[in-house]
Design a protein around this ligand. Structure first.
Ligand SMILES: NC(=O)c1ccc[n+]([C@@H]2O[C@H](COP(=O)([O-])OP(=O)(O)OC[C@H]3O[C@@H](n4cnc5c(N)ncnc54)[C@H](OP(=O)(O)O)[C@@H]3O)[C@@H](O)[C@H]2O)c1
Length: 281
């Protein structure tokens, strides 16, 4: 704190998907910056234990963002406990990997519900609460898979494209309102989201530098303060911009990226097996 003031002193911050990975790292950073937290995830015991570990003011609200009634209760609990909301971070996500035809239609729809429908629903419902405070911020955790189409992740990629489009358009609608819309679009991040299913993660994804949850969390705080979109790492963000604009070039370079990604996956898998005391396959 360069000027002695915490960046989010007494601000009320809701974070979905807050008990692990990026959401938990963001909760720790907001807490260190003086925020009052309202934390959402489905597993109540894990969420309560995490909220208690933070030390500062943190309310755990067990919640499945795929259910509208849970989302309504989450906002109502924030209002009841802290008198309003200043920042909403839509971070909970679901990725059921593989080709479209390997998944049944219900699984694909579940990804749309968690990754797109829920953030749209929560964003719409929180806007009057932010206006009542004279302004505030919504930050969406999207993905670089929402910046360039990702084979074997078609529905996930579509939800993240949709979330970005919704948010960037809404940011324009809200210009001058005092409500900032931020989007954080990371490449691969060192959390259970990919590390627990490394064999399923696309080779192209793993060709990119892996961010830490703390790096992404810092981007979430920056986006809450300033709005706008942050892609990270920056070089991977630039690569997706070029690949989206020039799909022919993207197809040409994909085999090289996939070869690199396969080497990274083999190394990380061997490291994990060594850490677990298993013999590499
Ligand atoms: N890790 C990556 O490589 C990566 C890259 C780009 C974008 N992202 C995005 O970053 C976000 C967070 O990912 P992460 O890596 O931090 O994941 P993570 O480590 O697996 O943590 C996910 C968190 O979300 C909660 N959650 C999952 N489904 C939920 C639901 N339906 N309702 C409420 N909470 C739910 C989980 O707790 P419960 O299971 O108890 O509910 C957990 O707290 C996601 O939107 C993901 O798409 C991740």
């Amino acid at each position: 704190m360069a000027d002695g003031m915490a960046r989010f002193q007494d601000r009320v911050v809701i974070i979905t998907g807050a008990s692990a990975g990026i959401g938990a790292a963001a909760a720790r950073r907001f807490s260190a910056e003086g925020a009052k937290l309202v934390l959402a995830a489905r597993d109540e015991a894990r969420l309560q234990a995490f909220a208690a570990s933070l030390g500062g003011e943190a309310l755990a609200v067990p919640c499945d963002v795929a259910r509208d009634a849970d989302c309504d209760r989450l906002l109502a609990e924030a209002e009841r406990a802290f008198g309003g909301v200043d920042v909403l971070v839509n971070n909970a996500g679901l990725h059921l990997r593989g080709p479209v035809e390997r998944r049944d239609a219900t699984e694909l729809a579940a990804m749309v519900d968690v990754n797109l429908r829920a953030p749209v629903y929560l964003t719409r419902c929180v806007l009057p609460m932010l206006r009542a405070r004279g302004g505030g911020a919504v930050v969406q955790v999207a993905s670089l898979a929402g910046c360039v189409p990702l084979p074997d992740a078609a529905t996930y990629s579509a939800t993240k494209f949709g979330l970005r489009a919704f948010s960037l358009a809404l940011a324009e609608e809200l210009e001058g309102s005092g409500i900032r819309i931020g989007v954080v679009s990371p490449g691969p991040v060192d959390t259970g989201f990919i590390m627990d299913e490394l064999h399923e993660v696309s080779d192209a994804t793993m060709s990119q530098p892996i961010s830490t949850a703390e790096e992404v969390a810092e981007a979430v705080l920056d986006a809450a303060e300033r709005g706008g979109e942050l892609k990270l790492p920056r070089a991977s963000g630039a690569l997706t911009t070029v690949a989206y604009a020039l799909p022919g070039l993207a197809r040409l370079i994909r085999p090289a990226l996939e070869r690199k990604g396969r080497r990274v996956k083999a190394r990380l898998t061997a490291e994990r097996q060594r850490a677990l005391g298993q013999r590499p396959e």
